[in-house]
Design a binder for this molecule. Structure first.
Ligand code: BGC
Length: 380
C-alpha cells in the first residue's frame, strides 16, 4: 500500500478561488488489492490549453453522467441537476448511477460510449477501477471529466471538478475542536474518529486533512482517542454505509465508554454523523460534538437544533455548473479551460478545477445558506 501525498496547492477555478495547504492520506483498505497510485496535487504554472487535438462537437450532443450511487443527498442532487441543466443547455443527457458497484459503472460507461456520448462525466465508485473503460472512451474520442472524486490510475481523464478534499477534512477537525471548546469547556476531550468509504479517493484525503489538525492535539493530550483507533483503515466505513458506521460506534461505546463520557466524534459526512449521534443517544450518552459533510437537509435541521455541531457545505449546484462550463468549452472547440492545479493520478498529471468547501455551524448557517432558499427554509 502506498501513501498519497497532497502537496501545497492554490488555484483559481473558473468560478471561485480556493487556497489551501495540506498533505495526503493512505489508501490502505481500498477495495482492490492492487498497488494504489500516488495522488499528488501540485500548483503548476498555468498551462496553455492545447485545443488542436480537442475538436468541438455538435451543440445538441449526447452527454453521459455516471454517478457512484444515490445514497447521499449530494449525488441525488447531482442526478437531478445534471439532467435538468444539461437539457437546458441544449444537450441530450444520459444520467445514471451505479449503486456502489464497479462492474455496473463500467457497463454504464461502455453503453454511454456506444450511444455516442461526446463527454462522459464520472463520479467513480472506486477511483482506481475504471482505467480501461475510460481509456476506451478516450480512444473513441470521448472527453472524460471526473466529478467530485479523482479518477486514478488511468490516462483516460481530461480533468476533474471537485471541492478541496484535504481542506474539507481540515474544516471538519477545526469545527470539532471549536465545538469541544464551546460545549465541553477545557480538555482533555474523549473522541472517536470515522472515515469514509476506502474505495473513494476523497475519503483518505478527508481523513488526512482532519488528522493534520487533530494529531498535534492528540500528541499534547488535549484530545484522547479512547479506543486508540487512529489509522484510516481502522476508522474507514466501507461503502459509506451509515449502518456500518452505527454498528462500529455501538461497539466503541460498549467496549470503551461504559464508564466514560464521549465528547466528540470526527465524522466524514452527514449520514455517518447522524448514525453516530443515534448510537450515542441509544447508549445513554449526552450527544457529543460531531462534524459532518454535505449540508444534507436532515443534518442542516440537526445543526440548527443543536444535535449535530457542524457540517460542511459543498454546493452541488456550483459543481454541476462548473462541469457544464467545461463541457461548453469543449463543445465550442476551446478545449479544457486552463487551471494551475494538477493531481498525479498515478499515471498522468490531471488538471483539477477546484471549489472551496465551507464549514457550517448554527452560528453561520443563515449566512452560508443565504442564497439557498430550500436550506434556509430548514432554519426555523
Ligand atoms: C463525497 C461526499 C459524499 C460521499 C458519500 C464523497 O466522495 O464527496 O459528498 O458524502 O462521497 O457519498
Amino acid at each position: 500500500m502506498k501513501k498519497r501525498t497532497l502537496l501545497s496547492m492554490a488555484m483559481v477555478a473558473t468560478m471561485m478561488v480556493a487556497t489551501f495547504a495540506g498533505c495526503g492520506g493512505s489508501r490502505e483498505g481500498a477495495t482492490d488489492t492492487a498497488e494504489q497510485p500516488a495522488a499528488e496535487t501540485t500548483e503548476a504554472a498555468a498551462e496553455e490549453t492545447t485545443t488542436a487535438d480537442m475538436p468541438g462537437f455538435d451543440a445538441g450532443a449526447t452527454i453521459g453522467v455516471s454517478l457512484p450511487w444515490l445514497g447521499t443527498q449530494n449525488w441525488k442532487e447531482a442526478e437531478d441537476m445534471f439532467t435538468e441543466q444539461l437539457a437546458e443547455a441544449g444537450y441530450n443527457p444520459i444520467v445514471q448511477a451505479a449503486d456502489q458497484k464497479v462492474t455496473q459503472q463500467q457497463q454504464q460507461i461502455e453503453s454511454m460510449i456506444e450511444n455516442g456520448a461526446k463527454v462522459i462525466v464520472v463520479g467513480p465508485v472506486d477511483g482506481s477501477q475504471l482505467g480501461s473503460v475510460l481509456e476506451q472512451a478516450k480512444e473513441a474520442g470521448v472527453y472524460v471529466i471526473g466529478y467530485d472524486r479523482l479518477l486514478e490510475n488511468t490516462t483516460g481523464v481530461d480533468g476533474v471538478v471537485q471541492f478541496g478534499s484535504v481542506k474539507t477534512g481540515e474544516l471538519q477537525a477545526q469545527a470539532l475542536l471549536q465545538g469541544l471548546e464551546e460545549k465541553k469547556g477545557e480538555g482533555p476531550y474523549n473522541i472517536e474518529l470515522f472515515g469514509g468509504g476506502p474505495a473513494d479517493p476523497n475519503a483518505p484525503n478527508f481523513f488526512t486533512g482532519a488528522m493534520s489538525v487533530l494529531q498535534p492535539k492528540i500528541d499534547d493530550g488535549t484530545v484522547v482517542v479512547v479506543s486508540g483507533q487512529t489509522d484510516f483503515t481502522q476508522c474507514a466505513t466501507v461503502d459509506w454505509d451509515n449502518a456500518k458506521a452505527q454498528s462500529r460506534m455501538d461497539s466503541l461505546l460498549s467496549g470503551f465508554y461504559s464508564d466514560k463520557d464521549i465528547h466528540g466524534v470526527l465524522c466524514p459526512n452527514d449520514g455517518i454523523a447522524r448514525a453516530c449521534i443515534t448510537a450515542c443517544e441509544n447508549a445513554g450518552q449526552e450527544i457529543p460534538v460531531v462534524s459532518g459533510l454535505d449540508a444534507e437537509n436532515e443534518s442542516v435541521e440537526w445543526v440548527w437544533q443543536g444535535r449535530q455541531y457542524s457540517t460542511v457545505a459543498k454546493p452541488t449546484d456550483d459543481l454541476v455548473k462548473e462541469t457544464i462550463e467545461i463541457i461548453n468549452s469543449l463543445q465550442a472547440g476551446n478545449g479544457m479551460p486552463s487551471t494551475s492545479v494538477t493531481a498525479d493520478n498515478g499515471v498522468i498529471e490531471v488538471p483539477i478545477y477546484e471549489l472551496p468547501p465551507v464549514v457550517v455551524t448554527k452560528d453561520n448557517a443563515k449566512e452560508v445558506f443565504a442564497n439557498d432558499p430550500s436550506r434556509l427554509d430548514l432554519l426555523k
